[in-house]
Design a protein around this ligand. Structure first.
Ligand code: DX5
Ligand code: ZN
Length: 220
């Protein structure tokens, strides 16, 4: 099943209420929220207080992407705020399995993300316990960057591993996704497509989501 997850990094933060209504009316499956700490990535966004404000205004699942150096320290705050999927980066190190169990223990979906330079094989030990892998197709930190084709082979490898082991894990891709590459990414085996600039551009949110979904579905 194809899921489109608009990234609010490209939304108007002065009018989040309208942006939420636009993505809901446009048929988004998830809302992707990018949390940055100015340390793991060279940019800052928002914390649990904004996630909680969005939670109060929508029933769409909140897909929270933590680009922060110490996700264990803040996991409870984001779970309290209403994250449905809580994704942290493999590269932060530490007790990743423990963090996965904390998220699962609260009845939410644990996700693990890899940056462009991290091989997908590192995720194998975690696959039986997580619900989502997030393959970054840009260096995390900013919207509007160009898609890195090296993500395709990583998605294919994860698809093979997940199918071989029967793990119940969705493959999500994030960064530079648009009409020029979403077919290739879908063919490689991704099912959840994060898109910021290509969803919010031109204000045609519903039409943009529909075109992305149709293009991805044509490869399934
Ligand atoms: C980048 C974020 C992405 C970003 C995607 O670090 O994780 O979610 O918003 O934006 P686009 O789709 O514009 O590349
Ligand atoms: Zn993201």
């Amino acid at each position: 099943m194809i899921k489109i997850a608009p990234s609010f990094l490209s939304a108007d933060f002065g009018d989040l209420e309208s942006e939420i209504r636009r993505v809901e009316a446009g048929g988004a499956d998830l809302i992707h929220l990018d949390v940055m700490d100015g340390h793991f990535v060279p940019n800052l966004t928002f914390g649990p207080i904004v996630v909680e404000a969005i939670r109060r205004r929508t029933t769409l699942p909140l897909d929270v992407h933590l680009m922060i150096s110490d996700p264990t320290r803040y996991a409870d705050a984001f779970l309290d705020a209403g994250a449905d999927i809580l994704t942290f980066h493999y590269e932060v190190g530490g007790d990743l399995a423990g963090l996965v169990e904390k998220i699962r223990g609260r009845g939410r979906t644990a996700g693990v993300s890899i940056k462009p330079a991290t091989p997908p094989s590192v995720l194998s030990p975690l696959l039986p316990r997580i619900g989502l892998v997030l393959v970054m197709s840009v260096e995390p930190g900013f919207g509007g960057q160009a898609f890195m084709p090296s993500a395709i082979g990583k998605i294919e490898a994860l698809r093979r591993e997940i199918d071989r082991t029967g793990a119940r894990v969705e493959i999500e891709v994030d960064g530079g996704i648009g009409l020029s590459n979403i077919r290739d990414v879908a063919r490689a085996g991704a099912e959840v497509f994060v898109a910021g600039s290509s969803v919010f551009k031109g204000g045609q949110v519903g039409a943009n989501i529909r075109s992305l979904r149709e293009a991805a579905a044509s490869e399934k």
